[in-house]
Design a binder for this molecule. Structure first.
Ligand SMILES: [Zn+2]
Ligand SMILES: [Zn+2]
Length: 297
């Protein structure tokens, strides 16, 4: 496999711009229920310990799950690690509340592929106004008229654990919710589940919006409809995912904060895991093959 866009299978009439954005009841009601739960339950059962649990779980699940397990490992294979560690990372990534491993890979690769074409739908480029884009990304889905096919890799299709995670993605909040209830009561549940899922989905959209519209660029991918931007103010809270111009330039790099001053907590965790022998072969930009279409700004 040359890179992840090989998982998207085109035919002659496939395109990424003819399509309609439609309300997705499952996505929309999931986010709304979590948000309402957080606002009402989080106020009624407010405590500073519950807020601390919210931040602690956000850090573990967004860094270990979303950034490292799902994105840098499952999707981009940017480092090597034992199977159990990849499964743990993808389990944590499912707890984010955006979807199971198949959903996350498909959503990521479809957008990545569309952004590399010469034109694509505003849905893929975050090209609509900020309010419309929020409605689209958090409450709707894009239905392409001539969608490409999608080939999932054997590490997903042949792993019963990954298939089970995908089928039970939303239900995965329940065991954690029970543990939180037993540990600290309803406050921990409303902040540790509803608050965390709401903030994660909202933050994921907001950073995605800025990362495709506004911010510093060191690299341009020639011929691509959409360029990535580095969103300077959120290196720490996105665990390095905000250095999105670097990611468009070097998608298979395990290190996202490549230049001076670009804090990348996900990379720091990987370096610590490398020091104790749990991960290896961490790819950095200079380890990747040169791309003819990449141009320094
Ligand atoms: Zn992007
Ligand atoms: Zn990516």
């Amino acid at each position: 496999m040359r890179d992840i866009t090989d998982r998207v299978i085109n035919s002659a009439d496939t395109n990424c711009y003819d399509g309609r954005v439609r309300w997705s009841p499952a996505k929309s009601l999931w986010f709304s229920a979590m948000a309402i739960g957080w606002i009402i339950g989080g106020s009624l059962f407010f405590s500073w310990t519950a807020v601390a649990v919210f931040f602690l779980l956000c850090a573990i699940i967004l860094c270990g799950g979303h950034s490292l397990g799902m994105h840098r490992k499952l999707i981009h294979d940017s480092f090597d690690c034992p199977k159990w560690l990849e499964r743990l990372g993808v389990y944590l990534g499912t707890l984010v509340g955006l979807g199971g491993p198949f959903t996350m890979m498909r959503t990521h690769d479809m957008r990545d592929w569309a952004q590399r074409q010469t034109e694509c739908h505003d849905f893929f480029s975050h090209g609509a106004s900020v309010l419309k884009d929020f409605w689209w990304q958090v409450h709707c889905k894009l239905h392409l008229e001539n969608s490409p096919d999608f080939a999932f890799p054997p590490k997903l299709t042949e792993d019963p654990f990954m298939i089970w995670l995908q089928r039970t993605a939303m239900l995965q909040q329940i065991p954690l919710a029970i543990a939180l209830y037993l540990w600290g009561g309803w406050g921990f549940v409303f902040w540790g589940i509803c608050g965390r899922v709401t903030a994660s989905i909202f933050g994921h959209w907001l950073v995605g919006y800025f990362a495709h519209n506004d911010g510093h660029q060191d690299w341009i991918v020639d011929g691509a409809a959409v360029q990535g931007h580095n969103v300077r103010w959120c290196g720490l809270i996105t665990f390095g995912e905000c250095w999105h111009n670097n990611h468009h330039a070097f998608p298979e790099s395990a290190k996202l904060g490549v230049y001076k001053g670009q804090s990348d907590p996900g990379w720091w965790v990987l370096q610590s895991l490398e020091a104790i022998g749990l991960v290896s072969n961490l790819k950095r930009p200079h380890d990747l093959s040169q791309r003819a279409e990449l141009r320094r700004v």
